[in-house]
Design a protein around this ligand. Structure first.
Ligand SMILES: [Zn+2]
Ligand SMILES: [Zn+2]
Length: 220
Protein backbone atom coordinates (compact mmCIF):
# COMPACT_ATOMS: atom_id res chain seq x y z
CA UNK A 1 0.00 0.00 0.00
CA UNK A 2 1.43 3.40 -1.00
CA UNK A 3 0.29 6.80 0.27
CA UNK A 4 0.00 9.48 -2.43
CA UNK A 5 -0.82 12.83 -0.78
CA UNK A 6 -4.38 12.46 0.55
CA UNK A 7 -4.99 9.36 -1.53
CA UNK A 8 -3.98 5.76 -0.99
CA UNK A 9 -2.95 3.49 -3.80
CA UNK A 10 -3.95 -0.19 -3.57
CA UNK A 11 -3.04 -3.08 -5.87
CA UNK A 12 -6.08 -5.23 -6.61
CA UNK A 13 -6.73 -8.50 -8.45
CA UNK A 14 -10.50 -8.52 -8.87
CA UNK A 15 -11.13 -11.72 -10.82
CA UNK A 16 -10.07 -15.04 -9.24
CA UNK A 17 -11.74 -18.47 -9.21
CA UNK A 18 -11.41 -20.97 -6.37
CA UNK A 19 -12.53 -24.56 -5.95
CA UNK A 20 -15.97 -23.26 -4.97
CA UNK A 21 -16.55 -23.26 -8.76
CA UNK A 22 -14.16 -24.38 -11.51
CA UNK A 23 -10.89 -23.13 -9.97
CA UNK A 24 -8.33 -25.68 -8.85
CA UNK A 25 -6.98 -23.94 -5.73
CA UNK A 26 -8.48 -23.49 -2.30
CA UNK A 27 -9.35 -20.03 -1.02
CA UNK A 28 -6.60 -20.41 1.59
CA UNK A 29 -3.94 -21.05 -1.07
CA UNK A 30 -5.16 -18.08 -3.14
CA UNK A 31 -4.92 -15.77 -0.11
CA UNK A 32 -1.44 -17.11 0.70
CA UNK A 33 -0.17 -16.23 -2.80
CA UNK A 34 -1.87 -12.81 -2.69
CA UNK A 35 -0.12 -11.96 0.59
CA UNK A 36 3.24 -13.26 -0.72
CA UNK A 37 2.90 -11.12 -3.87
CA UNK A 38 1.92 -8.06 -1.81
CA UNK A 39 -1.47 -7.68 -3.42
CA UNK A 40 -3.57 -5.38 -1.23
CA UNK A 41 -7.06 -6.33 -2.48
CA UNK A 42 -8.53 -9.53 -3.91
CA UNK A 43 -11.94 -10.63 -5.04
CA UNK A 44 -12.83 -14.31 -5.33
CA UNK A 45 -15.33 -14.23 -8.19
CA UNK A 46 -16.51 -17.81 -8.54
CA UNK A 47 -19.12 -18.72 -11.14
CA UNK A 48 -22.60 -18.13 -9.76
CA UNK A 49 -21.65 -18.49 -6.11
CA UNK A 50 -20.42 -16.14 -3.40
CA UNK A 51 -19.17 -19.16 -1.41
CA UNK A 52 -15.50 -18.47 -2.19
CA UNK A 53 -15.84 -14.83 -1.15
CA UNK A 54 -17.55 -15.71 2.12
CA UNK A 55 -14.79 -18.18 2.98
CA UNK A 56 -12.11 -15.58 2.10
CA UNK A 57 -13.76 -12.95 4.33
CA UNK A 58 -13.83 -15.43 7.21
CA UNK A 59 -10.18 -16.53 6.83
CA UNK A 60 -8.90 -12.94 6.58
CA UNK A 61 -10.94 -11.89 9.62
CA UNK A 62 -9.85 -14.84 11.76
CA UNK A 63 -6.20 -14.82 10.78
CA UNK A 64 -5.78 -11.03 10.44
CA UNK A 65 -4.19 -11.41 7.00
CA UNK A 66 -2.90 -8.17 5.42
CA UNK A 67 -5.26 -8.30 2.45
CA UNK A 68 -8.68 -6.74 1.84
CA UNK A 69 -11.37 -9.03 0.42
CA UNK A 70 -13.99 -7.40 -1.78
CA UNK A 71 -16.81 -9.96 -1.97
CA UNK A 72 -17.60 -10.86 -5.57
CA UNK A 73 -19.16 -13.32 -7.97
CA UNK A 74 -19.13 -13.90 -11.74
CA UNK A 75 -22.75 -14.30 -12.79
CA UNK A 76 -23.70 -16.19 -15.97
CA UNK A 77 -26.37 -14.03 -17.60
CA UNK A 78 -28.25 -14.74 -20.81
CA UNK A 79 -25.87 -12.38 -22.66
CA UNK A 80 -22.58 -13.39 -21.02
CA UNK A 81 -20.52 -13.12 -17.86
CA UNK A 82 -21.13 -10.28 -15.43
CA UNK A 83 -18.87 -9.56 -12.45
CA UNK A 84 -20.60 -8.27 -9.33
CA UNK A 85 -18.73 -6.75 -6.40
CA UNK A 86 -19.71 -5.77 -2.88
CA UNK A 87 -22.52 -8.30 -2.48
CA UNK A 88 -22.72 -11.41 -0.33
CA UNK A 89 -26.11 -12.61 -1.58
CA UNK A 90 -26.52 -15.22 -4.33
CA UNK A 91 -28.00 -13.96 -7.61
CA UNK A 92 -29.66 -16.47 -9.95
CA UNK A 93 -27.82 -17.17 -13.21
CA UNK A 94 -29.55 -17.22 -16.61
CA UNK A 95 -31.40 -13.92 -16.38
CA UNK A 96 -31.06 -11.04 -18.84
CA UNK A 97 -27.95 -8.91 -18.27
CA UNK A 98 -29.92 -5.72 -17.58
CA UNK A 99 -32.20 -7.45 -15.07
CA UNK A 100 -29.18 -9.02 -13.32
CA UNK A 101 -27.38 -5.66 -13.18
CA UNK A 102 -30.50 -4.07 -11.69
CA UNK A 103 -30.67 -6.73 -8.97
CA UNK A 104 -26.96 -6.32 -8.09
CA UNK A 105 -27.36 -2.55 -7.89
CA UNK A 106 -30.42 -3.02 -5.68
CA UNK A 107 -28.26 -5.07 -3.30
CA UNK A 108 -25.76 -2.20 -3.15
CA UNK A 109 -23.23 -3.88 -5.46
CA UNK A 110 -21.15 -2.76 -8.43
CA UNK A 111 -21.25 -4.49 -11.82
CA UNK A 112 -18.50 -4.96 -14.37
CA UNK A 113 -18.72 -6.52 -17.82
CA UNK A 114 -16.31 -9.49 -17.70
CA UNK A 115 -13.91 -9.97 -20.63
CA UNK A 116 -16.25 -8.49 -23.26
CA UNK A 117 -15.56 -9.49 -26.87
CA UNK A 118 -14.02 -12.78 -25.73
CA UNK A 119 -16.87 -14.59 -27.43
CA UNK A 120 -15.53 -18.10 -26.84
CA UNK A 121 -15.56 -17.60 -23.03
CA UNK A 122 -19.03 -16.11 -22.60
CA UNK A 123 -17.91 -12.52 -22.99
CA UNK A 124 -20.82 -10.21 -23.78
CA UNK A 125 -20.88 -9.12 -27.39
CA UNK A 126 -23.93 -6.90 -27.46
CA UNK A 127 -23.24 -3.18 -27.20
CA UNK A 128 -26.41 -2.77 -25.14
CA UNK A 129 -24.59 -4.60 -22.32
CA UNK A 130 -22.14 -1.69 -22.00
CA UNK A 131 -25.04 0.60 -21.19
CA UNK A 132 -26.35 -1.37 -18.22
CA UNK A 133 -23.12 -1.91 -16.22
CA UNK A 134 -21.12 0.36 -13.90
CA UNK A 135 -17.68 -0.76 -15.11
CA UNK A 136 -15.91 -2.71 -17.83
CA UNK A 137 -13.13 -5.24 -17.20
CA UNK A 138 -10.36 -3.67 -19.29
CA UNK A 139 -7.61 -6.15 -18.45
CA UNK A 140 -8.20 -9.88 -18.11
CA UNK A 141 -5.01 -11.98 -18.10
CA UNK A 142 -6.75 -14.79 -19.99
CA UNK A 143 -7.92 -12.52 -22.79
CA UNK A 144 -6.03 -11.61 -25.92
CA UNK A 145 -4.50 -8.14 -25.97
CA UNK A 146 -6.85 -7.18 -28.79
CA UNK A 147 -9.93 -7.93 -26.66
CA UNK A 148 -8.51 -5.97 -23.71
CA UNK A 149 -7.79 -2.99 -25.97
CA UNK A 150 -11.30 -3.09 -27.41
CA UNK A 151 -12.71 -3.24 -23.86
CA UNK A 152 -10.86 -0.06 -22.93
CA UNK A 153 -11.98 1.73 -26.10
CA UNK A 154 -15.63 0.87 -25.46
CA UNK A 155 -15.36 1.66 -21.74
CA UNK A 156 -14.30 5.20 -22.62
CA UNK A 157 -16.94 5.54 -25.27
CA UNK A 158 -19.67 4.57 -22.80
CA UNK A 159 -18.14 6.57 -19.92
CA UNK A 160 -17.87 3.62 -17.53
CA UNK A 161 -15.56 2.78 -14.64
CA UNK A 162 -12.97 0.01 -14.89
CA UNK A 163 -11.84 -3.23 -13.27
CA UNK A 164 -9.06 -5.75 -13.97
CA UNK A 165 -8.06 -9.19 -12.85
CA UNK A 166 -6.12 -12.35 -13.53
CA UNK A 167 -9.16 -14.62 -14.04
CA UNK A 168 -6.85 -17.12 -12.32
CA UNK A 169 -8.18 -20.66 -11.99
CA UNK A 170 -5.03 -21.67 -10.09
CA UNK A 171 -3.29 -19.79 -7.27
CA UNK A 172 -0.05 -19.56 -9.32
CA UNK A 173 -1.73 -17.01 -11.60
CA UNK A 174 -3.01 -14.68 -8.88
CA UNK A 175 -1.72 -11.15 -9.58
CA UNK A 176 -1.35 -11.59 -13.35
CA UNK A 177 -3.98 -8.87 -13.81
CA UNK A 178 -3.86 -5.86 -11.51
CA UNK A 179 -5.68 -2.58 -11.16
CA UNK A 180 -4.02 -0.06 -8.87
CA UNK A 181 -6.88 1.95 -7.44
CA UNK A 182 -6.52 5.38 -5.93
CA UNK A 183 -8.84 5.56 -2.96
CA UNK A 184 -9.70 8.25 -0.43
CA UNK A 185 -10.85 5.85 2.26
CA UNK A 186 -9.76 2.28 3.10
CA UNK A 187 -13.07 0.44 2.94
CA UNK A 188 -14.98 -1.75 0.51
CA UNK A 189 -17.17 1.28 -0.32
CA UNK A 190 -14.05 3.41 -0.93
CA UNK A 191 -12.67 0.81 -3.35
CA UNK A 192 -15.97 0.39 -5.20
CA UNK A 193 -16.30 4.18 -5.52
CA UNK A 194 -12.82 4.45 -7.06
CA UNK A 195 -13.61 1.64 -9.54
CA UNK A 196 -16.92 3.26 -10.50
CA UNK A 197 -15.13 6.56 -11.11
CA UNK A 198 -12.36 4.87 -13.13
CA UNK A 199 -9.63 5.98 -10.70
CA UNK A 200 -6.90 3.44 -11.33
CA UNK A 201 -4.47 2.07 -13.85
CA UNK A 202 -4.16 -1.48 -15.05
CA UNK A 203 -1.18 -3.71 -15.67
CA UNK A 204 -0.57 -7.38 -16.11
CA UNK A 205 0.77 -10.18 -18.18
CA UNK A 206 -0.97 -12.64 -20.43
CA UNK A 207 -1.54 -15.98 -18.70
CA UNK A 208 -3.26 -17.58 -21.65
CA UNK A 209 -0.29 -19.17 -23.38
CA UNK A 210 1.46 -20.01 -20.13
CA UNK A 211 -1.62 -21.93 -18.99
CA UNK A 212 -1.88 -23.79 -22.28
CA UNK A 213 1.81 -24.71 -22.04
CA UNK A 214 1.39 -26.07 -18.48
CA UNK A 215 -1.64 -28.11 -19.59
CA UNK A 216 0.29 -29.49 -22.59
CA UNK A 217 3.33 -30.33 -20.42
CA UNK A 218 1.18 -32.10 -17.81
CA UNK A 219 -0.45 -34.26 -20.47
CA UNK A 220 2.83 -35.55 -21.80
ZN1 LIG B 1 -15.87 -15.29 -17.43
ZN1 LIG C 1 -13.80 -15.75 -14.67
Amino acid sequence: MRVLSSELSLKADLHIHSNHSDGRSSVRDILKVAVERKIDVVSITDHDTVGGSLEALEIVREEHLPVIVVPGVEISTAQGHLLAYGITEEVDPGMEMDETARIVRGLGGLTSLAHPFQFYRHGALRLRCFEVVDCVEVFNAKSLRLFNCLSEIFRRRYGKGKTAGSDAHKADFVGYGIITVRIEEVSIEGILKALREGRGYVEGRCAMFEQLWIRYRNQR
